[in-house]
Design a protein around this ligand. Structure first.
Ligand SMILES: Nc1nc2c([nH]c(=O)n2[C@H]2C[C@H](O)[C@@H](COP(=O)(O)OP(=O)(O)OP(=O)(O)O)O2)c(=O)[nH]1
Ligand SMILES: [Mg+2]
Length: 148
C-alpha cells in the first residue's frame, strides 16, 4: 500500500521568487529640490501616467546595473551614487511589480528625454497634480516627507 503523504503548506514565494517584475525606479532631484517625472508611453502598461524614470532589471543584471542602464537609455545620464529608499510590491491584477526605489544622489550629465518621452522637474508640493501609477503612493509620501 502506498504510503500516505502528509499535506504540506508551501512557504509563500519571496518577492524575488515570485512572478513579480523587478523594476529599478529612480528618484532624481535637481539643485532646487524638484524631482524628475517622465510620462509613460500611451501604449505601455499604466500608459499615459507620470512615473519616476527606470525600468525592468534584466536577468543578467543586478539592481545597480539595471538602474544605470535604464537612466543612461532614458535620460542620458551616468549614475555616480544611489541610495536605497524603499521597495514596493504591487499587484495590478494584470501584472505584479516589485519597485526597487533608489534616490540617485549623484549623476553626470544633464537629464534629457532620450526616448522622446514628456519630462518635467516637479516641486514635491506639486506631485499631487500628476496622475501616477497606484503603486507610487509610498514614493510620493517619502518625497513629500523629505526622505533623502
Ligand atoms: N519606471 C517606472 N515603472 C513604474 C513606476 N511605477 C510603476 O508602477 N511602474 C511599473 C509600470 C510597469 O509595469 C513597470 C516598469 O516596466 P516597463 O516595462 O515600463 O520597464 P522598461 O522601462 O524596462 O520598459 P521597456 O523596456 O519594456 O520599454 O513598473 C515608476 O514610477 N517608474
Ligand atoms: Mg522605463
Amino acid at each position: 500500500m502506498a504510503e500516505q503523504s502528509k499535506p504540506t503548506t508551501p512557504a509563500p514565494p519571496s518577492a524575488e521568487e515570485s512572478s513579480a517584475v523587478h523594476v529599478a525606479v529612480a528618484v532624481i532631484r535637481n539643485a532646487r529640490g524638484e524631482v524628475l517625472l517622465t510620462q509613460r508611453h500611451p501604449d505601455s502598461h499604466q500608459g499615459g501616467l507620470w512615473e519616476f524614470p527606470g525600468g525592468k532589471i534584466e536577468a543578467d543584471e543586478d539592481l545597480a546595473g539595471g538602474l544605470a542602464r535604464e537612466l543612461q537609455e532614458e535620460l542620458g545620464i551616468k549614475v555616480l551614487h544611489h541610495e536605497s529608499m524603499l521597495r514596493i510590491e504591487h499587484d495590478y491584477g494584470d501584472k505584479q511589480v516589485l519597485l526597487d526605489v533608489h534616490s540617485v544622489t549623484a549623476f553626470a550629465g544633464q537629464p534629457s528625454p532620450c526616448e522622446g518621452q514628456p519630462m518635467r522637474w516637479v516641486d514635491p508640493s506639486d506631485l499631487g497634480n500628476y496622475a501616477l501609477p497606484e503603486a507610487n503612493g509610498p514614493i510620493v509620501r517619502a518625497i513629500v516627507e523629505g526622505q533623502p
